[in-house]
Design a protein around this ligand. Sequence first.
Ligand code: C5P
Length: 234
Amino acid sequence: MENRKCELIVALDLPTLGEARSFLEKLDKATPYVKIGPRLYAMGGATFISEIVKKGYSLFLDLKLHDIPNTVASAVEPLSEMGLWALTLHTSGGYEMMSRAVAMRDRKGSTMNLFGITVLTSLGGNLWSEVHPGSDLDTSLEARALVAERAGLDGIVCSPLDLSILNGKAGKLARVVPGIRRTMALTEDQTRVATAVEAAAGGASYIVVGRPILEADDPIKEVKSILKELSEVK
Ligand code: C5P
């Protein structure tokens, strides 16, 4: 693998297991990092996870767990035995929820990274204030990152626009950054977006890219072109 300071995670947001399998075949580990979300997990479960892990991919299961601490820890127990590279949970679940998840992962002797969602990249402007009246997004973002660090998480998931707000804060945590677009045109549901190069230059450790790759005319060419761009970021 080339020496990149920011790695590419492909979000396998495809409708069927078959399409995900054939994408992975074509990807041929150009990047080893792939992510599946609740849809493919619901369809393929532990068997599908084990199939991807056996192919040699670093698999990121994006379940965004958010529940009482006991329930989250009890889900982390079997998830720690699946050979996953990473799992997500919501930092808004609080310190106890996150630290119990970390303790369970450690008790199982797993190396699975636990990444905390700070604020969803889709939750810009009014969508944020509607559900957090009187609260400032940037202040919440910083507070959540600091609690995630104290709870022992390995990284946080944040928008590219949040990287500068967090600059120098919660420094132990990897920055996992979705909301990547080819141009700054605002499309679909992502509102807080940037390009791959901007995110990498801004301090992302990993970028997560779904639709810009999956909907490209030649998705594998797109992967390679993003990897090349990332390798040129100093
Ligand atoms: O298609 P797109 O590139 O927008 O995909 C982004 C991926 O990152 C999706 O799989 C989405 O679930 C995920 N994600 C996100 N915002 C977060 C956490 C994860 O968009 N805060």
